[in-house]
Design a protein around this ligand. Structure first.
Ligand SMILES: Nc1ncnc2c1ncn2[C@@H]1O[C@H](COP(=O)(O)OP(=O)(O)OP(=O)(O)O)[C@@H](O)[C@H]1O
Length: 263
């Protein structure tokens, strides 16, 4: 079930990516619709992070190419925002929360230009949207994991991009932060942004995403959530691993009896 869309915002053509000549993604062909919340889902090591990095040209590819808004990537960098995995960043770096969020504006600013009032206002507004305005002067080393994740989101919001790539934005955050983040992502989607999220929790995937990409080195499926999250495709993705299959069972039960689960 690989649905190709008309007028896609992201097109991936025959993409193969290797590390040390060992392919970790094989021949990926997919298109993503505008204004959707997209989940990229698959087991550990499936190549999810690699796929979104390759979509942004952050990695050399063995073959294939990506187009965004029907243009080569380098033409559209200012319209793309990336939220990396929280653990991939040095949080001991001496910088304030406000400085980090202001970095989201550098694309608009151009190198060597000083931030103007509009940039400072945009950074502060972004901090307000994630409920972190009271932390603007705090050093980033003094934040909790959930607060770090919110600061990352604020930086992306300040950038005011059209496509957001996010690598596990819910990893290691509490339920209140997860709820705040998904509400924010839905707002962004409702404003017409495309938000592409690497995610590994099958239970929440059906609730969170409009569109799901199932990946396990190869593309297993790409399409509307209700057409993709079914037992057959999940088994193809997870290869029959028992613990995961019990999760699949839970997920299917939820889909079958949504009213009972909610009451
Ligand atoms: N820089 C690298 N050098 C060599 N191998 C790498 C590198 N980065 C990732 N890999 C390997 O590529 C494969 C895919 O990794 P990737 O991080 O894309 O998977 P993932 O689906 O995001 O995994 P997870 O859910 O565990 O975060 C894994 O086998 C991983 O070990």
């Amino acid at each position: 079930m690989i649905l190709q869309v008309k007028n896609p915002v992201v097109e991936v053509h025959d993409l193969t990516v290797s590390y040390d000549r060992k392919p970790v993604l094989w021949g990926i062909d997919l298109t993503l619709p505008a204004g959707a919340l997209v989940g990229v889902i698959g087991p550990n090591g499936a190549g999810k992070s690699t796929l979104i990095k390759a979509m942004m040209n952050l990695l050399p590819v063995s073959s294939g190419y990506v187009r965004i808004f029907d243009q080569p990537l380098k033409q559209v960098y200012s319209r793309i925002s990336y939220v990396p995995q929280r653990e991939s960043v040095d949080w001991d770096f001496p910088a304030s929360v406000f400085d980090v969020v202001l970095m989201g504006r550098y694309g608009q600013l151009g190198l060597f230009k000083r931030p103007r009032k509009a940039d400072n206002d945009a950074a502060m507004e972004a901090l307000e949207k994630v409920g972190m305005q009271g932390f603007a002067n705090r050093q980033i080393s003094q934040l909790s994991g959930g607060q770090q994740q919110r600061v990352f989101l604020a930086r992306a919001l300040a950038q005011n991009a059209d496509i957001y790539f996010m690598d596990e934005p819910f990893a290691g955050v509490d339920i209140a932060t997860e709820t705040a983040i998904i509400q924010l992502l839905r707002l962004m989607r409702d404003e017409g942004k495309t938000v592409i999220v690497v995610h590994h929790d099958l239970q929440s995937a059906s609730d969170y995403f409009d569109w799901v990409v199932l990946l396990n080195m190869r593309l297993v499926a790409s399409g509307p959530t209700e057409q993709v999250l079914n037992q057959e495709l999940l088994e193809q993705t997870y290869g029959g691993k028992l613990t995961l299959l019990s999760k699949v069972g839970d997920l299917l039960r939820k889909q079958e009896f949504p009213a009972r689960e909610k009451s």
